[in-house]
Design a protein around this ligand. Structure first.
Ligand code: ADP
Length: 545
């Protein structure tokens, strides 16, 4: 039709070219696996991505090929993102913290042709040597001087050799924006991991959304440090959102402890960050014991699991940092909802704002939400009714890689998140549980996350989990499992008291167990399936009567 806009494809290579041309002298700083801090600019990253793209083509990598990465957040991983997707191949990020068998399964399921690996995870691949027969080569992300002297792996290639062998003149190819760009497997607490394929179009639309002023809203004045790993839903899209606006990037490598992060935050003047609650727990504790404050940091995006309200409050009161809570899933690129306050809500007293931030957030434009009952009927968004959360949107998976588990999608085009939640009339979504973690007591649901949040608000509690344990009369009853803060002295009765007046009587945990540590998945979420297994025969006090 005459008069319409140009039909130009949205392609990931455009992001790095834009940053290289218009924010060319802005820095990218990385804590390298080899040790030292590495610094260069978007212009350098652009040049090296082009050289790497040429190197991949020279190795025979073709459009649609899957290329694995087993790597931490760093500048070479960043280059791989653009070089691989930029030539129409698929960048398959793999979590090095998964079990070996899972890693082998994922590599073979994806049929990875080459794997980029950081030096300090090479041992994982060496352990898997026999299961990697389909992989044509391992590209070690280092220079010649650091290449391992010997390895059981054949076909080891040196990253810097590949890059240095090419020049930087390269025209990124143009293709359909619905071409697959990257692949990430969901960590799956049960069953085999499932692949989620992101497209160029979904990646760029998601990056625009991340950069919205009601989301992280990055600008060229920002310095963003993604603690969230680049193998975890593409570091929540930050490696794409940052070059879109020319924000300075700081990559922490594999050192995510409080002291190492603090050092980078301070030295680089980090203004924005993103990561899961466990990471922030450590950083806040470091700041507390060392009497340090996060002076440059303005805001941090916390997601993956619910940040306890006490954490939101501590960030604000001790550091003047605004917490944004994000909720999402690997299947959603991952952002679905985020703390985006309504007009006037920023004028509320601090305590009321913390309450709002403690909710999972409101949908960003592009994501539709609805909650349904067991029969699939829509439930009201009244903040009371809770049901299974369904989502749809242009950066939400429409099916899994290889078409596995079609039951996760409805016939009319919604994705079933597996989360159980309420949505209030203003759109604030509150997760009450993962559907598989729901506690059913006397036929009624008890929200384990609410109970965990209350427990985490107690000053002596470092981490808490609530699971349902079998009960002869009530079917299941909540059991609170707690890791105390070092040197904290707290009793079962003290903890139970904190629930009084905050929840209905029948929601009160029946018992408290203190443990040294709680089990986590490879992406830092509580592994409740393991806890349920461990405490299967536990008899809460009320069951003994
Ligand atoms: P992600 O990569 O975002 O962690 P996963 O696919 O590994 O995504 O896990 C998604 C699940 O994590 C969600 O379905 C939800 O249960 C949980 N989750 C993510 N963000 C939050 C949050 N802010 N609060 C509570 N749970 C969350």
């Amino acid at each position: 039709m005459f008069g319409l806009m140009m039909d130009r494809p949205l392609l990931i290579s455009q992001l790095i070219e834009h940053a290289a041309e218009y924010h060319g002298d802005t820095e990218i700083v990385s804590r390298s696996v080899e040790g030292p801090i590495h610094r260069y600019t978007y212009a350098d990253a652009g040049r090296r991505s082009r050289r790497l793209a040429k190197a991949l083509a020279a190795l025979g990598v073709a459009p649609g090929d899957r290329i694995g990465t087993l790597a931490w957040n760093g500048y070479r991983h960043f280059e791989v993102y653009f070089a691989v997707s930029g030539i129409g191949a698929i960048c398959h990020t793999i979590n090095p913290r998964l079990f070996q068998e899972q890693i082998a399964y994922i590599i073979n399921d994806a049929e990875d042709q080459f794997i980029f690996a950081d030096l300090n995870v090479l041992a994982i691949l060496e352990g898997l040597d026999k299961s990697l027969s389909g992989v044509r080569g391992i590209i070690v992300m280092t220079d010649r001087a650091h290449m391992p002297a010997q390895s059981v792996l054949k076909n080891l290639l040196c990253y810097e050799d590949l890059v240095l062998a090419q020049d930087e003149t390269f025209e990124w190819p143009e293709f359909n924006e619905n071409t697959a760009a990257s692949l990430c497997y969901t960590s799956g607490t049960t069953g085999n991991p499932k692949g989620v394929l992101y497209s160029h179009r979904s990646t760029i639309l998601h990056a625009f959304a991340v950069n919205g002023a009601n989301a992280i809203g990055l600008t060229a004045d920002d310095t963003i440090l993604p603690v969230v790993p680049m193998f975890h839903a593409n570091a929540w899209g930050i490696p794409y959102a940052a070059p879109m606006v020319g924000a300075k990037l700081v990559f922490p490598g594999f050192k995510m402890d409080g002291a190492s992060l603090f050092e980078l935050f301070e030295a680089e003047g980090v203004t924005a960050a993103a990561g899961v609650p466990t990471v922030w727990l450590e950083l806040l504790r470091f700041c507390e014991t060392e009497s340090r404050s996060l002076d440059s940091l303005q805001r941090t995006l916390i997601g993956g699991s619910a940040p306890p309200r006490a954490m939101i409050e501590r960030f604000d009161k001790a550091h003047g940092v605004r917490v944004l809570q994000g909720w999402g899933m690997t299947e959603m690129s991952p952002l679905g909802t985020i703390t985006s306050m309504r007009r006037g809500e920023r004028d509320l007293p601090a305590e009321a704002q913390y309450d709002l931030i403690a909710k999972q957030g409101r949908p960003i434009f592009g994501v539709s939400l609805k909650i349904v009952d067991d029969a699939g009927r829509a439930l009201p968004k009244d903040g009371v009714a809770f049901g299974d959360l369904l989502v749809r949107g242009p950066w939400i998976s429409g099916s899994y890689f290889h078409g596995v588990d079609p039951s996760a999608f409805t016939e009319d085009g919604w994705f079933k998140t597996g989360d159980v939640c309420t949505i209030d009339p203003h759109g604030y979504m509150t997760i009450t549980d993962r559907s598989k973690d729901v506690i059913k007591s006397g036929g009624e649901w008890i929200g384990s996350i609410d109970l965990e949040n209350i427990a985490m608000g107690h000053p002596s509690v470092q981490e808490a989990a609530v699971i349902g344990v079998p009960h002869p009369q009530w079917d299941e009853r909540p059991l609170l499992i707690v890791v105390k803060r070092p040197e904290a002295d707290v009793t079962r009765e003290d903890l139970l008291k904190t629930f009084e007046g905050k929840v209905a009587k029948w929601w009160m945990p029946d018992d408290v167990v203190f443990v040294e540590a709680l089990p986590h998945t490879a992406t830092g979420k509580l592994l409740k399936s393991r806890l349920r297994e461990d405490f299967r025969d536990y008899k809460p006090i009320s069951a003994e009567e």
